[in-house]
Design a protein around this ligand. Structure first.
Ligand SMILES: Nc1ncnc2c1ncn2[C@@H]1O[C@H](COP(=O)(O)OP(=O)(O)OP(=O)(O)O)[C@@H](O)[C@H]1O
Ligand SMILES: [Mg+2]
Length: 165
């Protein structure tokens, strides 16, 4: 699959989408979240954390750039919101996270797109007019195409949920 569009109508549904993603990811996976303030990046990450079996509540890592959470796999939750430029990002030495054995989820990833691994799952979040949210998942590389194919199958099995287009 080349891309997948999913809509959610509640924070719970956003978390559930994240949960299914968290179930599918493997060590070294990179998920880049791009979307305006309040579109649901942290909410989605909370679901991913739950899917990874993490008990701790994921909050935006505002004061540290990276928050490490541990479940089935480590989750490295990053937020680039306060970073001004790409050089600054690279000076922070994120390689150990990006090329490690955990799963990286990066909010405001657009600030570092050129410097981040070429293969990743890009998720673009936006507001719907009725206050729901839309998620456009764009896989870069075969591994991530396989993930969204499996994700679609998992979402299709959920009764009563918003269906992906
Ligand atoms: N489908 C939805 N419908 C309505 N509200 C939602 C939906 N999904 C998430 N929300 C809510 O949107 C609000 C903002 O979510 P969240 O904090 O995750 O956004 P964010 O993208 O991380 O924001 P920031 O850019 O500040 O980091 C939260 O109150 C969350 O519960
Ligand atoms: Mg956030």
């Amino acid at each position: 699959m080349n891309h997948l569009e999913v809509t959610t109508r509640s924070p719970q549904a956003t978390q559930d989408l994240g949960y299914h993603i968290g179930k599918l990811v493997v060590p070294g996976d990179i998920i880049l979240l791009v979307g305006n303030l309040g579109t649901g990046k942290t909410c989605l990450t909370q679901g991913i954390a739950r899917g990874l079996g993490i008990k701790e509540h994921a909050v935006s890592p505002s004061f540290t750039l990276v928050k490490e959470l541990y479940g089935r796999l480590p989750l490295y939750h990053m937020d680039f919101y306060r970073l001004d430029n790409i050089a600054e990002i690279m000076e922070l030495g994120l390689e150990d996270y990006l090329y490690g054995n955990g799963v990286c989820v990066i909010e405001w990833a657009e600030k570092g797109l050129g410097e981040l691994p070429e293969e990743h799952l890009l998720i673009q979040l936006s507001y719907l007019p009725d206050d729901g949210r839309s998620f456009r998942l764009q896989p870069k590389g075969k591994h991530y195409r396989d993930i969204i194919t499996q994700l679609k199958a998992a979402l299709d099995q959920q009764p009563g949920q918003d269906k992906p287009c």
